[in-house]
Design a protein around this ligand. Structure first.
Ligand SMILES: [Fe+2]
Length: 169
């Protein structure tokens, strides 16, 4: 049987594919770290854990293409272009077909917050928001609203509070 790529091997391949764009690399490494942390603390299954981690590493795979093609990394463009790029990226990875399909679906829905379909989707959205709130300097109001509207896991909510509560005062 063909050896399955590990998450770390996916990380190395994704960094290689990022063409030295340190902003992109920093972003997905942070989202990966938060997604891994939330998933482990929430006690998801080993398969879900791997799916979530892989999706976090790959979630913004379409950003370079979208900047070039549309002059924008708007979420809808990313979801549209991300699925094909993810499929190509994971070809030959040896990961189970079902897992690959789910990772592709997650990349294609990482800007869709309604409906949230599954714990893997929930965790990816929370992890991406935790990083974006910092990188984009979201307001206290945006953070409070998103806490109510989006955050569902105990760990993600605790992280959001630890990181941004001081902003709310
Ligand atoms: Fe992101």
């Amino acid at each position: 049987m063909k050896k399955e790529m590990t998450i770390s091997e996916l990380v190395v391949k994704m960094i290689e594919a990022s063409g030295g764009n340190l902003h992109d690399i920093r972003h997905f490494m942070k989202v990966y770290a938060f997604a891994k942390t939330i998933a482990e603390c929430e006690g998801v299954s080993p398969n879900e854990q791997r799916t979530i981690e892989a999706a976090a590493v790959l979630h913004d795979i379409a950003c370079p293409l979208c900047r070039e093609k549309y002059g924008s990394t708007n979420g809808k463009y990313q979801e549209l272009e991300g699925t094909g790029l993810t499929e190509a990226f994971l070809e030959g990875s040896g990961l189970p077909e079902e897992m690959i399909s789910r990772i592709i679906w997650l990349v294609g829905h990482h800007h869709t917050i309604a409906p949230v379909e599954g714990i893997d989707h929930q965790i990816l959205l929370e992890a991406d928001y935790l990083v974006n709130a910092d990188e984009s300097g979201y307001s206290a109001e945006n953070i409070l609203n998103t806490e109510k509207k989006l955050f569902r896991t105990r760990t993600g909510t605790a992280l959001l509070k630890s990181m941004y509560e001081s902003k709310e005062k």
